[in-house]
Design a protein. Structure first.
Length: 422
């Protein structure tokens, strides 16, 4: 079946789904979550197949970890659906309302975007995240995952279809997985004017740039994550080291992981040895000429061989691995300028005990999420209370930051009159 035929069917599914109430949509989502629980062994078997193929083709362990499912992660997927079920249905919400002097009553309400296409890499949980958010907000959805997760995605889609088909009001025609892994299909999706209302890329910088460059349909851009943490001159060394450890190590293949560490010159002699000890040789630190000798001495003392000289190409680069660039700066202003030059407008952090520096950083840094004394790993729809997320938008129009249900809505005006003419 060609993509345009699939999209025509999705549009018909959207026409049905967009008229359903919250109870009908919630019942469908509950049915899907039940199927995921029932079929978890099939999902895990499919995922093992994907993991074996990924390792066979040389995928890094940090990215394999992002691809991997286990019982705990399936429990998390089910929990995320239930959180979405518990959220208020945004469709029909009146965002504004007023009466103009001639008596016309004007209301602005939320409505679905229509047919959305998600083009994504690796992480199979995106299949469910995107589905439940699209379904709850009344949108039809075309999913195009990567070859690395094809077996996991097919198993999850089977749960979605069976769940939606098991209840009277389910709309299984409102979601489809494109099982082909032909890259030409992406071009077709991005050219489907009149069939697809919006595309959302979710993956690495190459995928995102491809979508942005080729799209003839509207795109909500989710960006790669070149995330920085700046250690200010008043920072607590131990707290700063713990934040860096979490931001870099907890899940290095995620877009909200730390990639570049900036350290105030006054903190080099105290903070860097504590950092090296905290990381314990688990991360390769690519240090500039100022930081290198201090880190090298600390690593040699600990028996670690993980410090190398940074190159210019290391700054502004998304490693998605156990690698971090390290640079000395002389002020909070220099840190801000550096971040705004090299970041991807995703998530940035300052560790400081100086309130004025924290507020300056939050005001002047250009990014979707800006942290004071907390790990950038919190940039996540689940952590923000959305249950699931469509991705992290790094653009400024329509949506920015973690995208939940409302990111797949737009508005329209409803005007009621009594015969008024202009």
């Amino acid at each position: 079946m060609d993509i345009k035929t699939i999209c025509m069917q999705l549009k018909k599914g959207y026409e049905v789904l967009s008229c359903q109430n919250a109870s009908q949509k919630n019942a469908a989502l509950l049915a899907v979550s039940n199927q995921i629980n029932i079929q978890r062994s099939k999902i895990l078997d499919a995922n093992k197949h994907d993991i074996e193929n990924a390792r066979k083709h040389g995928m890094s362990e940090a990215l394999v970890e992002r691809l991997m499912l286990d019982d705990k992660r399936i429990d998390g997927i089910i929990d995320s659906i239930r959180i979405v079920i518990a959220q208020t249905d945004p469709i029909g919400e009146e965002t504004e309302g007023w009466t103009i002097p001639n008596g016309l009553q004007i209301r602005q309400i939320r409505v679905p975007l229509g047919v959305a296409a998600i083009i994504y890499e690796s992480r199979p949980n995106v299949t469910i995240d995107a589905f439940c958010l699209a379904y709850k907000s009344g949108n039809a959805l075309l999913l195009r995952g990567s070859s690395s997760a094809i077996y996991s995605n097919k198993a999850l889609m089977a749960c979605i279809k069976e769940g939606l088909s098991s209840i009277p009001d389910g709309v299984p025609t409102a979601v489809e997985l494109l099982e082909s892994t032909d890259h030409a299909d992406i071009d077709t999706i991005l050219s489907a004017v009149g069939y697809i209302d919006v595309a959302l890329p979710r993956g690495g910088a190459k995928l995102i740039q491809t979508v942005v460059d080729k799209a003839k349909i509207p795109v909500i851009q989710t960006g790669s994550g070149v995330c920085h943490t700046y250690i200010d001159d008043s920072a607590d060394d131990v707290m700063a080291a713990n934040i860096v450890e979490n931001a870099k190590i907890q899940r290095p293949g995620a877009c909200n992981a730390l990639e570049t560490l900036l350290v105030h010159k006054s903190k080099l002699s105290t903070f860097l040895p504590i950092l090296e000890q905290t990381l314990g040789g688990r991360v390769q630190l690519r240090a500039d000429d100022v930081c290198y000798p201090i880190l090298k001495a600390a690593a040699e003392k600990s028996g670690h061989d993980c410090i190398v000289h940074a190159t210019q190409a290391d700054f502004g680069f998304e490693f998605l691995d156990f690698i971090c660039a390290v640079k000395c700066v002389e002020s909070v202003e220099e840190a801000i300028d550096f971040i705004n030059t090299y970041n991807t407008k995703h998530s940035e952090c300052i560790v400081t005990n100086t309130r004025s520096h924290a507020r300056l950083f939050q005001t002047k840094v250009d990014a979707a999420c800006i942290y004071v004394n907390a790990s950038t790993r919190f940039t996540d729809g689940g952590q923000f209370g959305f249950g699931a997320e469509l991705g992290i938008s790094t653009q400024k129009l329509h949506a920015r930051g973690p995208m939940g249900i409302k990111a797949l809505t737009t508005t329209k005006f409803l005007i009621d009159g009594e015969g008024q003419i202009r």
